[in-house]
Design a protein around this ligand. Sequence first.
Ligand code: F0G
Length: 466
Amino acid sequence: MQFPAEPFRIKVVEPLKATTREERVRLLEAAGHNLFKVPADSIYVDLLTDSGTSAMSDRQWAAIMMGDESYAGSRNFFRFEAAVRELTGYHHVIPTHQGRMAENLLFHTVVKPGDSVPNNIHFDTTRANAEQAGAIALDLVVPEGLDPANRSPFKGNMDTARLDRVLAEKKGTVPLVMLTITNNSGGGQPVSMANARATAEVCRRHGVPLFFDACRFAENAWFIQQREEGYANTPVRDIAKAMFALGDGCTMSAKKDGLVNIGGFLALNHEPWADQVKHRLILVEGFPTYGGLAGRDLEAMAQGLEEVTDEHYLAFRIGQVRELAEAVSDAGVPIIQPPGGHAVYLDAKAIAPHIPPHEFPGQAIVVALYRDYGIRTVEIGSFMFGSEDPATGKPIAPPLELVRLAIPRRVYTKAQLAYVAQCVIDVHRKSADLRGFRIRQGAPFLRHFTATLEEVPAPAAAGRVG
Ligand code: F0G
């Protein structure tokens, strides 16, 4: 046993339906080979996302029963507000139904058209919300953050020299700087405390507030304790608090490190911004003491924010991701190194070099993992992010072709992930049989959610001898 065993025992179980390969072939046909369209109860191990897929604890379920569903002034809000203040130190706590609404409210309050918002790497919804509010979203991660083979311990770090230059050049047009902990779009890689401090220092020198995209703050703090000089004996919760203390606010999707199925918040110190956000909140989400959630959801979130910094839990959680990564990588499967906190990323270009990017090598692996083994994963490559040159119509590929195996929190056992590892190894071993895909029916934007695909036929037998 390489990682600590599950620090919980199982009180409620959700049976999983067994499907045959024939059924899965039929389901894939019906879904146009798009795994977003496959019914979830026909999936054995679902690694589509770690967001909103956590198992809640008995205490969180008990918290659900303590819901006070008053329209205004629910007692759950006050417990939730106190929990967020204690953790982050930020005074104004604004609940939202999930992370992207916190982003939407923040950017629509602080961004003027033509402004810029730097980040290590914006998550898709963060980028979209910043751009929709009229900003240019800038990704300023350190260069090693874009190199899959580089094993640096903090590949989520901000390039602070570039940030300094950007803030000098764009003086007066940067309303805030964001720092995403951990950096999901760069492989779930952490940001060091030293780098967060340096980022905060650059921001302070230029008079620009620093906000964290804090979805996976506890996982980030765990990596600091494990990897950064001087933190081995500091409790994870203290590390997280020290990091929040460097900033002026945060957006949060509690569907990750809040250990809940729905919920999020925006927390900040700047009172005029908080007032403006609350006005908009009433328009689009709800009254400021529930913000698009039920009272019971706030109570479960408050409880989750306490549990997530438990170090037995984190050792198990990060260990589980690492063990899956090591199992496949030791068998020769190319992955992004080192593994991040919430997911293992397969390097599809290296696994299926015979499939060109415009035929979606990542999607070929995604389909094989479901068709042959009942496992759902997600492509992050040309299918998700590819575009076309408007002049020539030629496909433009993103730099990496990846398949993400995101691990829900407290959901799957060691045996289930050992099964996943074996299946990934099998797909890699038989990768010469993988065939590419082409789009049958596309969509004007975010096509990976809805487009349908067909498999490119095998090369004609005519060309072969015998
Ligand atoms: N920021 C980061 C870094 C995220 O990973 C996500 C969501 C969000 C913001 C938005 O939060 O979903 O609650 O609105 N990431 C999920 C994922 C969807 O699968 O990585 P949300």
